[in-house]
Design a protein around this ligand. Structure first.
Ligand SMILES: N[C@@H](CCC(=O)N[C@@H](CS)C(=O)NCC(=O)O)C(=O)O
Length: 244
């Protein structure tokens, strides 16, 4: 069996892995794990990842979780262009500098709107307005720091070329945009960065990867999204309760 990627394109880190593999012509079998249908909770998927999360890479008997580990594995195994994950020590360290900051400040912050606007209501849970407001402020602060500390006068997050950092970042920042919160508005520096990254990746690939999340709000309004099965509700409610 060749390379298998277990993904759901509603998931930010899954999209980063998908886009990376596609952009670099890496052959893989897509194993879609539909989170809304609770497929990640199935016994079958638990055998692949006992953490019950996507993305997951399976390369023969080798199983790897965590999107950044997966991206680094793919970069090295398929010898993709150096700019993604530079061999130069300091350039590579800057990619990790961002990814560390990203895990603390971006991941977990920009996905909240999906819970407040779509997933909570889908299972009948309303997120308190004060949490929504707090999240809005956290996003503004994180964007400011992203611009001031990382982008500065550079074309991309970790320098003058596209790296894994840009891909991870873009996929998180797209999530609120899909839900009607265009956080790029009034931020020319960030908008120019987004345009550069998307131009590099190609409009067609971006559209393909972003389609499911871009249509989620419309589907929620039309009530065509599958309601997650009851066994998924407890973990979803826990996730919502953890929103700071
Ligand atoms: N740090 C992990 C995050 C993985 C993760 O949280 N995946 C989410 C989708 S974005 C998931 O599978 N959630 C299912 C659940 O927690 O029940 C990574 O970057 O791969």
């Amino acid at each position: 069996m060749g390379l298998e990627l277990y993904l759901d394109l509603l998931s930010q880190p899954s999209r980063a892995v998908y886009i990376f593999a596609k952009k670099n012509g890496i052959p893989f079998q897509l194993r879609t794990v539909d989170l809304l249908k609770g497929q990640h909770l199935s016994e079958q998927f638990s055998q692949v990842n006992c953490l019950k999360k996507v993305p997951v890479l399976k390369d023969g008997s080798f199983v790897l979780t965590e999107s950044t580990a997966i991206l680094i594995y793919l970069s090295s195994k398929y010898q993709v262009a150096d700019h993604w994950y530079p061999a130069d020590l300091q350039a590579r360290a800057q990619v990790h500098e961002y990814l560390g900051w990203h895990a603390d400040n971006i991941r977990g912050t920009f996905g909240v709107l999906l819970w407040t606007k779509v997933l909570g209501p889908l299972i009948g849970v309303q997120v308190p307005e004060e949490k929504v407001e707090r999240n809005r402020n956290s996003m503004v602060l994180a964007l400011q720091r992203l611009e001031d500390k990382f982008l500065r006068d550079r074309a991309f997050i970790a320098g003058q070329q596209v790296t894994l950092a840009d891909l991870m970042s873009l996929e998180e920042l797209i999530q609120p945009v899909a839900l009607g919160c265009n956080l790029f508005e009034g931020r020319p520096q960030l908008t120019a960065w987004r345009e550069r990254v998307e131009a590099f990746l190609g409009a067609e690939l971006c559209q393909e990867a972003h389609n499911p999340i871009m249509s989620v709000l419309g589907q929620a309004a039309k009530k065509t999204l599958p309601v997650p099965p009851p066994e998924a509700h407890a973990s979803m409610m826990l996730r919502i309760a953890r929103i700071p």
